[in-house]
Design a protein around this ligand. Structure first.
Ligand code: NAD
Length: 258
């Protein structure tokens, strides 16, 4: 897919990797973006920065299916179509399986994490795909493309990350059945599993965890940047033969057990 002039929906686009990718899609690729996020201040800042001819923001919780549908419908009405869907909205929520007294932890945090990271990605993907199915196919019979953002934690989940890691493993598992099911519509689905990127989410971790991560960097010996994720998103959108795949972007970094 040539991204110039295309309409790209980004969930979680008001901060961090999603925000960097929204900027990149507009500035480097000439796309227009529809951002869904519950961070209203960040979303409004992005519209001010990119201009409302290129960027629309809808304050949306991705777990609220009706709100997701309304936001995507409004984005499609404003820009005429939906061609790509990039799912960044996510939360990291450390939790132990047993509490300090050895009792089973309340499952509320587990459920909430899966609901945002996995069910939220499904909700946004499904409503975008409904619009993509109406597009005229291009010369390669393509109508749309989806990129879901998982995490290296899907493969190397740490102690205390059972909710986050398993929700992200679910995101990895979504790509192939979705790619197979949507093949007849000419819609591709891929996944990115980032390593450690400098964003508000990672900065929220304790300094001890951050320095432990930094000591395990291979090459390059640094955090990744939002532009590096954006470049991979653009590649996955543009490269018509990439489908049903999960790409790790981590400079050979692997999360240690703790
Ligand atoms: N930063 C990293 O190193 C890293 C590593 C692996 C995976 N990831 C994944 O990349 C994605 C982006 O992370 P980031 O580092 O940019 O974090 P971030 O916290 O900067 O951005 C996440 C965005 O998602 C939004 N969001 C959270 N819950 C939402 C909900 N229910 N509805 C709508 N929006 C919601 C937040 O408001 C925020 O704007 C996440 O899915 C994260 O799990 C990040």
């Amino acid at each position: 897919m040539n991204l110039a002039g295309k309409v790209v929906v980004l969930s979680g686009g008001a901060s961090g990797l999603g925000r960097g990718t929204a900027r990149y899609m507009v500035r480097e690729k000439g796309a227009r973006v529809v951002v869904l996020d519950r961070n209203a201040a960040g979303g409004r800042e992005l519209v001010d920065e990119l201009g409302d001819g290129s960027c629309r923001f809808h304050e949306t919780d991705v777990t609220d299916e009706a709100a997701v549908a309304a936001a995507i419908d409004a984005g499609a009405a404003a820009f005429g179509a939906i061609h790509a869907c990039l799912n960044f909205a996510g939360v990291v929520s450390p939790m132990r399986i047993l509490d300090k007294e050895g009792r089973a932890s309340n499952g509320a945090r587990f459920r909430a994490t899966v609901l945002v990271n996995l069910v939220g990605s499904f909700n946004v993907m499904a409503h975008c795909v409904e619009w993509m199915a109406r597009n005229e196919p291009d010369a390669d019979n393509e109508r749309g493309v989806v990129v879901n953002v998982a995490s290296g934690a899907a493969f190397d989940g740490q102690v205390g990350q059972s909710a986050y890691a398993s929700s992200k493993a679910g995101v990895v598992g979504l790509a192939l059945p979705a790619a197979r099911e949507l093949a007849e519509l000419g819609i591709r689905v891929n996944t990115i599993a980032p390593g450690a990127f400098e964003t508000p989410m990672i900065k929220s971790l304790p300094d001890s965890v951050l320095s432990r991560i930094a000591s395990d960097f291979q090459f390059p010996k640094r955090f990744g940047t939002p532009d590096e994720i954006a470049g991979l998103c653009a590649f996955l959108c543009e490269s018509g033969y990439m489908n049903g795949e999960c790409v790790r972007l981590d400079g050979a970094f692997r999360l240690p057990p703790r």
